[in-house]
Design a protein around this ligand. Structure first.
Ligand SMILES: *Cc1c(COP(=O)(O)O)cnc(C)c1O
Length: 377
């Protein structure tokens, strides 16, 4: 049997695009107001709508998730070392470096792929000021255990919730946990504003401080009280965000169907497993990630990844390489591979499959058949 390849490349994602008329209508409002940034009407509307959607007490919009996270570290006045995970996107450890903080990599749980709370304590020193955990692929971290460790040692807790838009744990918005949570609204995320992000916090003073920090620290016309940054989301981003928010439920339900097809065809193949959903939490449908156990599957993840390309399917190895293996971090004492056995194993197994609402049923079925064919040949 020979299997057909795709005529056009299929990428891991495709940005969600709303009806253009919906956006131009919003743009007209911006043109009429002649107000392009600095807490305009669209910004205020979006901040309020998203706060309700995400079920968080306070939200502050940003021009992107990375600047938001950099600002979060500043707002909490972190110093010294911050314990984090190596199994994440580059931005997570980089925001620490941009704050002159040292990332300390802690190993992950083999099932959730999130930081392992039982291993955090061993890394705490007098220099440690915080834990920066990531809800990887939208699976919530063990927030209670992380909080217990943090409280015991007087540490702050920051969550990178870039993958966890709309996720709830025990009917609570995921952004309620820890001191600060960061959301990313990058074009490749489930919900986006082209570029954008937000910080969710539980107290009004911290929200006020973050709002000052993201606008250069300008308190009023006569006073600048912190060395702030320009982290402001503009009106065009906010308008796109207001339009996209109307479609997010539909995008999630399309992705649910796509994931069900992937599972139907692939879950029974020996050596392939899907990220387990947690009974107490909702899923973000940000990524569709499989793990390939080379021994059971007969082919390695890298073999499948390369073979898929020959059929015009461009899956991604999120998160390979581990941050601890980057040239800029491998010198750190915590980056040694023998200290991070689970993360190094998981990084060899994960494959993020094409996943976006406009992927058709036939396309998903063909991707599955190609993977079956790769296994047998
Ligand atoms: C996307 C992403 C970020 C960065 O967000 P930007 O909005 O692109 O700056 C940070 N962390 C993780 C885990 C991400 O996936």
């Amino acid at each position: 049997m020979n299997i057909k390849s795709f005529d056009q490349p299929i990428y891991v994602t495709k940005p969600f695009l709303p009806k253009l008329e919906d956006v131009t209508e919003k743009l007209q409002q911006i043109w009429d107001a002649a107000w392009l940034t600095n807490n305009g009407e669209q910004h205020q509307l979006l901040e309020n709508e998203l706060k309700n959607y995400l079920k968080v007490p306070y939200l502050s919009l940003f021009n992107n998730g990375t600047i938001a996270l950099i600002t979060a570290c500043r707002a909490l006045e972190l110093t010294g070392e911050v314990i984090t995970t190596p199994f994440t996107f580059a931005a997570t450890p980089h925001v620490l470096t941009w704050n002159n903080l040292i990332p300390v990599f802690c190993d992950i749980n083999p099932v959730t792929m999130n930081i392992d709370p039982a291993k955090i304590e061993a890394y705490i020193t007098p220099k440690t000021s915080a834990i920066l955990a990531v809800h990887v692929f939208g699976t919530p971290c063990e927030v209670d255990k992380i909080q217990r460790v943090a409280d015991h040692h007087g540490l702050k807790v920051i969550y990178d919730a870039a993958h966890a838009f709309g996720v709830e744990k025990n009917n609570t918005g995921i952004g309620n946990f820890g001191d600060v949570s960061m959301y990313s609204f990058h074009a490749t995320k489930l919900y986006h504003t082209a570029e954008g992000g937000a910080l969710a916090v539980n107290d009004s003073e911290l929200k006020a401080k973050i709002d000052l920090l993201k606008n250069f620290g300008i308190k009023n016309e006569d006073e600048v009280i912190f060395p702030g940054i320009n982290g402001k989301m503009n009106e065009i981003q906010a308008a796109l965000g207001l339009v996209n928010l109307k479609y997010v439920a539909e995008e999630v339900s399309n992705r649910k169907m796509i994931k069900a097809i992937y599972q139907q065809y692939l879950a029974e193949l020996p050596g392939i497993s899907f990220v387990q959903e947690q009974p107490s939490a909702t899923s973000s449908y940000q990524y569709c990630v499989i793990r390939i156990n080379e021994k059971l599957f007969g082919k390695s993840r890298d073999h499948v990844y390369h073979a898929l390309k020959r059929y015009n399917v461009f899956a991604r190895k999120y998160f390979y390489p581990l941050c601890s293996n980057y040239a800029c971090y491998q010198h750190l004492p915590s980056a040694k591979a023998d200290l991070l056995p689970v993360a190094n194993q998981v990084a060899q197994e994960v494959l993020s499959l094409p996943f976006y609402g406009t992927l058709s049923e036939q396309e998903v079925v063909l991707i599955c058949k190609i993977i079956q064919y790769i296994r047998e040949n």
